[in-house]
Design a protein around this ligand. Structure first.
Ligand code: ADP
Ligand code: MG
Length: 328
């Protein structure tokens, strides 16, 4: 299974009593790439991450880094950096002392540490924050300090467990984009756990979707979006409409739906031409995002160049070729 490059997780299962938190997960992550793990709360993301870090012992399976089995390697010798939602900074120390903590523990020279701390702070967008007290930081700034502290020892593998979950939406989007850029610049190998698929898709080279302990789908964000394979994965990544076309279950993304006026000459009532009523039309910069509903209550999302009035009776035409087929 292992090519010896990067991280290889092979058929890892973690049980807690009767609970199978992680169920025979196999996943490889190439050096220098970012893998996002997504899935609903309780699906086993954190447990898998903790197994990689060495904080929980798998019931069965192997975990290798660069071809070497990690099982017997102590947590602090794995070269792994961990960052969690709760940043656990030392609130009675200043920013520099927090960021330099690991470097001081490893006995580096004072001047070298100061230099490195300044570099790290600049990297996370906090140049000049050295002397600031932790209590005076905003939530986003505190997470940046936590990130700088985690990156300080140059971990071979970075594990991020919902690092932005404690922040408000606007901050999260901004910090997420910065985080993605930074990890890429560093060529950092990382696993990024999130329950927010939008966040994860923006950061990752590879996305793994978990459900009830199992890894259901792995691929690039584009591959997983275009071919989620199962309904669970399709729904989780944001496909809201799932219908049957020609005996197949398909997910219907907005770009597969064309909104048209009702009129003579257009055959109504087939699987792919559906009578609908406009429920919502939202201005989205260069277009309107429109939600419509059919008589049976199914809703469809689509785009329109022009605003359409709520209550307008229209027709949607669905392009089956643009709809991912589901296997279940
Ligand atoms: P996620 O991070 O995706 O929300 P977790 O990995 O935290 O999911 O949890 C997966 C499952 O394992 C849940 O059912 C959770 O209750 C259970 N679990 C996690 N840690 C423990 C533990 N230390 N002891 C018992 N059960 C646990
Ligand atoms: Mg978790």
């Amino acid at each position: 299974m292992s090519t010896g490059d990067g991280l290889a997780i092979n058929e890892v299962t973690v049980r807690f009593g009767d609970t199978v938190a992680v169920d025979s997960v196999t996943l490889s992550i190439a050096t220098g790439s970012i893998c996002a793990l997504v899935g609903p709360s309780g699906c086993g993301k954190s447990t898998l991450l903790r197994a990689v870090a060495g904080l929980v012992t798998p019931t069965s399976g192997q975990i290798q880094w660069q071809g070497n089995d990690l099982t017997a390697v102590a947590v602090h010798r794995r070269g792994i950096g961990l960052m969690f939602q709760q940043h656990a900074l030392f609130s009675h120390r200043d920013v520099a002392a927090n960021v330099g903590f690991g470097l001081r523990m490893s006995g580096s020279d004072r001047r070298v540490i100061d230099q490195r701390v300044s570099e790290l702070l600049a990297m996370v967008g906090l140049a000049g924050f050295e002397a600031r007290s932790i209590d005076t930081l905003s939530g986003g700034e505190a997470q940046r300090v936590a990130l700088a502290r985690t990156l300080a020892p140059e971990p071979a593998l970075l594990l991020l467990d919902e690092p932005l979950a404690s922040l408000d939406r606007a901050r999260r989007g901004e910090l997420n984009a910065e985080l993605a850029r930074l990890l890429r610049e560093l060529g950092q190998t990382a696993i990024y756990v999130s329950h927010d698929q939008v966040e994860a898709f923006a950061v990752a080279d590879q996305v793994g979707v978990m459900h009830a302990g199992k890894l259901l789908r792995v691929g690039t964000p584009a591959e997983v979006w275009a071919d989620p394979q199962s309904e669970v994965v399709a729904r989780f990544i944001g496909h809201e409409t799932i219908i049957e076309v020609a005996g197949c279950r398909v997910a219907v993304p907005a770009k597969a739906v064309k909104l048209m006026p009702r009129g003579p000459g257009l055959g109504v009532g087939s699987e792919t031409k559906i009578d609908v009523v406009v429920r919502q039309s939202v201005f989205a910069g260069d277009r309107f995002e429109v939600q419509v509903a059919s008589a049976d209550g199914m809703t469809y999302r689509c785009y329109s160049d022009d605003d359409v009035e709520i209550g307008t009776e229209c027709l949607v035409v669905i392009d089956p070729a643009a709809c991912p087929r589901l296997n279940d």
